[in-house]
Ligand binder design. Structure first.
Ligand SMILES: Nc1ncnc2c1ncn2[C@@H]1O[C@H](COP(=O)(O)OP(=O)(O)O)[C@@H](O)[C@H]1O
Ligand SMILES: [Mg+2]
Length: 330
């Protein structure tokens, strides 16, 4: 799609972003509804399925701050892409994608921990590895960090920094493996299996990203146990919401100059919130101007196209009508 066309499509879409879903039932099926920050889930206990509607909501600093045109379609289809190409490395929850905004998944019992993999000394939030390092810490989640490192520099090797899942509204807490196991929240053997999958997936993700001119700086995995007891990757993987992606070509030059890497993730929105609107999560979020929403949409779309090497084909039909019709039929 040419740039002026894309602009017009994005501007038209501002008025019909998917920011909520109204359903309490789908196709007469008895479903339990769970609304996450970004996704609305409908759980079909009978079929052991979770119908995940990926909305256009954007969450930053642990709050929903607005909606971005086509963000749901981009994220869902990126997760689908990654689940397909990593299927042989790690089993995942994806069953089918009946609509650009919908993934039907195997319902699992989530592990009480998120598996965060980091390859760079970076971050903006108070709980990030960079803020800890800047504040003088030389170990992070049990990993030793050498003196004299610069912001955004590569770590000696990728590290796993588990994060315990907080209740809704609270912030997650990063812990070392030893601390995590001491909490008794998860069986050591199960955690180690999850750790091994996270390490493998991250290496594969970094390798694919590099081949596409990108750096996968860090990411977060969620895993769960399915009805048969198998450990599987759930949620989403390697999307710009769960990962930090940088352009590789000018990374070194910018690092040397002390400039921030050019990023493909929601860093752009975080920066607008923090630097322009002076909001970092306390109180009501500011209203995002149309131009910020459009710029953010372009970045999400670019991430899809760069990562997959395929053009993004937006589905511009009114989302609620379209999704309801699809789900009635599934
Ligand atoms: N296959 C699955 N089985 C059970 N829970 C899942 C599965 N896939 C994703 N989830 C959960 O569904 C929710 C997805 O919605 P999201 O908007 O990411 O919520 P949150 O605000 O909790 O991050 C998350 O709580 C995630 O843990
Ligand atoms: Mg989530």
């Amino acid at each position: 799609m040419s740039t002026p066309d894309l602009d017009a499509v994005l501007r038209a879409q501002l008025k019909q972003t998917l920011d909520h879903t109204p359903w309490t039932q789908l196709a007469g099926r008895r479903l339990e509804r769970y609304d996450g920050k970004v996704r609305d889930c409908f759980i079909d206990a009978e079929r052991g399925e979770r119908v995940i509607v990926v909305t256009d909501r954007l969450s930053a600093f642990d709050a929903v701050v607005g909606s971005i045109p086509f963000k749901g379609q981009v994220l869902n289809q990126l997760a689908q892409f990654w689940f397909e190409i990593t299927r042989d490395l790690a089993p995942n929850h994806m069953a089918r994608v009946p609509d650009p905004n919908v993934m039907v998944a195997r319902e699992c019992t989530p592990l009480p921990v998120e598996l965060v993999m980091r390859a760079y000394l970076t971050g903006v939030t108070s709980t990030s590895i960079w803020k800890a390092y800047e504040g003088g810490a030389r170990t992070f989640c049990g990993h030793a960090l050498p003196d004299g490192m610069k912001k955004n520099q590569a770590l000696v090797a990728p590290i796993l920094t588990p994060s315990t899942k907080a209740a809704k509204g609270d912030h997650d807490v990063s812990v070392s493996k030893t601390e995590l196991l001491a909490m008794g929240r998860i069986e050591p053997a199960l955690f180690e299996k999850a750790e091994a999958l996270a390490v493998k997936l991250f290496a594969a993700g970094q390798q694919h990203a590099a081949a596409r001119g990108l750096i996968l700086a860090d990411t977060k995995y969620e895993m769960g146990v399915d009805a048969t007891g198998e450990l599987v990757v759930i949620d989403e993987i390697h999307t710009p919401d769960s990962s930090r992606y940088w352009y590789a070509d000018d990374y070194e030059v910018r690092l040397a100059k002390g400039e921030e890497p050019r990023s493909l993730d929601k860093e752009y929105v975080r920066r607008w919130l923090a630097d322009v609107a002076k909001w970092t999560g306390d109180g009501a979020p500011p209203v995002m101007p149309d131009d910020v929403r459009i710029e953010a949409a372009k970045r999400y779309i670019a991430s899809y196209e760069l990562v997959t090497g395929r053009p993004f084909e937006p589905d511009t039909r009114p989302p609620l009508v379209r999704i309801a019709a699809t789900l009635e039929a599934t």
